[in-house]
Design a binder for this molecule. Sequence first.
Ligand code: ZN
Ligand code: ZN
Length: 367
Amino acid sequence: MENYVIKQARLINEERVDILVENGIIQKIAPCIETSYETLNFQDCYVSAGWIDIHTHCFDKFEIYGDQADFIGYPHGVCTVVDAGTAGSDTIDEFYQQVKNAKTRVYSLLNISSPGIFAQDELADLKRLNQEAIVQACQKYPQFIVGLKARMSKSVLGDSGNQPLIFAKEMQKFVNLPIMVHIGTAPSVLENIVDMLDEYDIITHVFNPKQNGILDKGYIKDCVYQAIEKGIILDLGHGTDSFSFETAKIAFQNGIKVNTISSDIYFKNRINGPVYDLATTMNKMLYIGYSLAEVIRCVTVNASKALHLDHLGSIEVGKTADFTVFHICPQDIELTDSLHQKVTMCHYLKPDYTIVKNHLYQIEEDK
Ligand code: ZN
Ligand code: ZN
């Protein structure tokens, strides 16, 4: 399916347009396009640029946080998944071979620890920080490695302190890529992490309920405003333990919103929850009060900008023809956060079709 027209696509701003695709690229957008190509008509469903999940785990070499791109991607309306550090420079070849022919698009944030997440404490031994190997990996896979990943929390770091992040910032001068930093339990204190990061770096797990998170006794910490001021990108990174409705709500009431919505999905939290898929995470942000347009922006244009995936993320002439087709289901849905808090919402967003790498997939009813 390389040449086709989506007839009367309903965009998020309620505009209706025809979208002409040739050779997998958006060629024309107009109120009415006549061609002999195959036509697709999604009636009253919305059509957005293909969704991008910038924090997933889709390398199944290691038991601990493994999964497969085609389990978390296209069957759930997600065209592009970014693996956030499951692989490091020692394992990137194997990861690339595993995903290069996946139906879902896959990119990597290279773990600064050479093996990747082979165990919970991949940064406890500083010998696993190998400058040369990281530079080589980034040179070998310039289209695949889109950033670096540093998991800066106690269980990962052992006694390494802030050393791995100092190393990552040093590495950045060589590879010129954004760094995604996972935040969690101190001693790597949020204030210090914000201090060390720059514009375009990314903090993930922003709405985690832990003490070292964005709140101090229910108030937003000053360093969160500093992060925004600096242009640091705030990413959701739901995960098993890292999303609290309460934290997200307090942030929302104080005008603090994430730039990108990501799932931090892997096989366990996909199958047993609380993550399940990206759409469920997006629904939680609708519940918090984000508008539908904001939620879609967080997984399309904002996600593509965060990782310089310039050919993805918007419905524009010249961009790759990845699309997600979805609708708003007027039914109750129960949503659960990482603290097992349950909320009910009376409507929810549900993906219907994924168009990625020139294939159209109908999304099965599940759950
Ligand atoms: Zn993490
Ligand atoms: Zn993760």
